[in-house]
Design a protein around this ligand. Structure first.
Ligand code: F6R
Length: 610
């Protein structure tokens, strides 16, 4: 999951490459590098670390300018995140420079069976094989060499290619990995995400599988895998939205937590009219819901999967349809029982996650009706699904998702209410009452950020000193506990585990020691006392206990050293409020530990490899 960018322009392209790479860092930030051509002479700078380090190195070494270039920001797959493994990689004759996003699965095989055995490799990467292949196949025609290379590679790739024999030309090719090409005012561009180029990108095209692009400052041409010219239509993608503003906050994550009321409001408003959930064009038709729908699968990864768990529990409860949330990386290799009477829902912020995309393709093959809940218009998951409902969270930059997760929950609430009404398992009046409460949710989320702030910052000081903790909850709170635990571990690096509250005593409780934090979520009235009983059990064994509940449930007996109460709401929506203190808790804990909150180690925002 790397970010690539390239430009064929007039003047020096290095500043554009660096600016673009800064915006692509959400795709990985293990190392960064660039290469430019000045005549047929390369200048290349690479470094382990972030794009800022690359910018400093470029200045320090007085890198020569060039009018054609490629840049790369890396999330390491093959080979450690070192200078040596940073892209671009070069062919042994020094003619070709390559940047790559994806994984070349047959790299080892190509080294053994196609490339000369005495070939010397400068890195541990799979990418370098592509550079070697280009030189191996090159007989004076770059498109011919790219075509042969593209046909030899297996796995996934978006490649940006320079050849010193064609100093004013940039080449690109893609397979199962996003890559855009554009003509702009100051030249022609390639990028994993055109937001990195911004307003300068005018005519934008997306490369289809095994397509090749050739770009000069005034022209963009496309070729099929066998090197024949193809005519392509432009795509409508929004650029200029990759703003690096933090709204005055210290970190994107905090800014995005505070943006949640807007994200949820902007997401639900298009789904509601006259106090009721409408049949949004993305939602399945009423006839299908009433007469055929007998199974729903919600498929996603990470936090999106956690949102899916909430959705699945709600749909099963309120719509009486068999509904399960599944992890996409498992679903795609399992033998899921889905058919034309199944609704398969795919949730993704980026719309690019490789496993979710593969799961979607599998569901389509099995003729399920597919619905994507996506934050990124024009993404593969949005375009390939039968229908899409967009979360309106806006661009999310912090690697740990917050506002996109909340917006996903909002769509799942609306979907549940729509399905329940259409199935006849919920009266229109009841659906309307829930819809009213849904409309109040954004303001309650805002209120929550204010009311919990003092306790959360105080508690974070204590949690920051711990190395292990547990999150527990029942029913919807169990899914929220998983999300809270993931947030905590991914940005604070504290080992944190989430359990259905009743499971703790089946083994895990042996890990509870004096002072071990156990954070219990109990927002569901029907199981409040059961979760509190579990809190008693760990408190009796020395745990430091925290209870997150609603104001209404506060009056009951509890066993907590610290209590956080969120505003009252209808049971199904309480997760959306309970998750706010969890997000803030992980944020402030990580801050106390001096962690790189927006770019946690080893992670990337967009996971385009499986
Ligand atoms: C965690 C997080 C990840 C993503 C997951 C899916 O904070 O952000 O777990 O939720 O990688 O990504 P998308 O939603 O882009 O498919």
């Amino acid at each position: 999951m790397c970010g690539i960018i390239g430009k064929a322009g007039d003047g020096n392209v290095i500043p554009d490459l660096i600016n673009g790479l800064k915006k692509l860092e959400y795709r990985g930030y293990d190392s960064a590098g660039l290469a430019v051509l000045n005549g047929n002479v390369y200048s290349s700078v690479k470094t382990a670390g972030k794009v800022e380090a690359l910018a400093e190195k470029v200045t320090a070494c007085r890198c020569s300018p060039g009018s054609t270039g490629v840049g790369h920001t890396r999330w390491a797959t093959h080979g450690a995140p070192t200078d040596k493994n940073a892209h671009p990689h070069f062919s042994p004759d020094g003619k070709f420079a390559v940047v790559h996003n994806g994984i070349i699965e047959n790299a080892a095989e190509l080294k053994k069976t196609v490339l000369p055995q005495d070939e010397v490799y400068a890195s541990d990467t799979d990418t370098e094989v592509a550079a070697h292949l280009l030189a191996y196949y090159y007989k004076g025609d770059v498109i011919g060499a790219v075509s042969k290379t593209v046909n030899a590679l297996q796995g996934s790739f978006a490649l940006g290619i320079l050849c010193s024999d064609c100093p004013d030309t940039l080449f690109a090719a893609a397979y199962a990995s996003p890559l855009f090409a554009a003509k702009g005012k100051t030249g022609a561009f390639i990028a994993s995400d055109m937001g990195a180029v911004g307003e300068d990108a005018a005519e934008i095209y997306q490369l289809a599988d095994r397509e090749i692009a050739r770009l000069t400052k005034d022209d963009v041409a496309f070729f099929s895998a066998d090197g024949k010219p193809v005519v392509k239509n432009m795509v409508n993608v929004q650029v200029g939205q990759l703003s690096l503003e933090k709204g005055g906050y210290e970190h994107y994550m905090l800014y995005e937590i505070m943006q949640q009321p807007d994200a949820v409001r902007d997401t639900i408003l298009p789904l509601i009219r006259d106090g009721h959930i409408i049949r949004h064009e993305g939602f399945p038709e009423g006839g299908f819901v009433r007469d055929r729908l007998n199974r729903i699968r919600i498929v996603a990864c990470g936090s999106a999967y956690h949102a899916g768990l909430v959705g699945a529990a709600l749909i099963e409860r309120y719509c009486g349809v068999d509904c399960r949330a599944e992890v996409a990386s498992e679903f795609r290799y399992a033998a899921p029982l889905i058919d034309k009477n199944t609704l398969a829902v795919f949730i993704s912020q980026s719309g690019e996650t490789a496993d979710t995309l593969a799961a979607l393709r599998l569901a389509k093959k099995k003729r399920a009706q597919t619905l994507a809940i996506v934050n990124t218009e024009g993404s593969a998951i949005a375009t390939e699904s039968d229908a899409a409902v967009f979360t309106r969270a806006g661009r999310e930059i912090a690697v740990a998702t917050t506002k996109a997760y909340s917006a996903q929950l909002a769509v799942l609430y609306a979907l549940t209410l729509y399905l329940a009404r259409e199935k006849g398992t919920m009266s229109t009046a009841q659906e309307g009452a829930y819809t009213q409460e849904l409309l109040r949710l954004p303001e309650k989320i805002r209120l929550t950020t204010e009311t919990v702030s003092e306790t959360v910052t105080e508690l974070a000081g204590l949690l920051a000193q711990k190395e292990d903790m547990f999150f527990i909850g029942r029913l919807l709170d169990s899914a929220a506990a998983m999300e809270g635990s993931l947030k905590m571990k991914e940005i604070s690096y504290i080992n944190s585990q989430a359990y259905a509250a009743g499971e703790l005593k089946h083994g895990t409780i042996s890990l509870v020691e004096e002072g071990t934090p156990v954070i219990a979520l109990a927002t569901q009235p029907e199981v409040f006392s059961k979760t509190v009983a579990n809190l008693h059990e760990v408190k009796a064994r020395g745990a430091y206990t925290v209870l997150i509940t609603t104001e209404q449930l506060l009056g009951r007996e509890y066993a907590a050293d610290k209590v956080i109460a969120v505003p009252d709401t209808a049971g199904p929506f309480a997760v959306s409020l309970a998750v706010v203190p969890l997000q803030l808790l992980s944020y402030y804990t990580a801050k106390n530990r001096g962690c790189d909150i927006d770019k946690p180690k080893n992670l990337a925002k967009s996971v385009t490899v499986e």
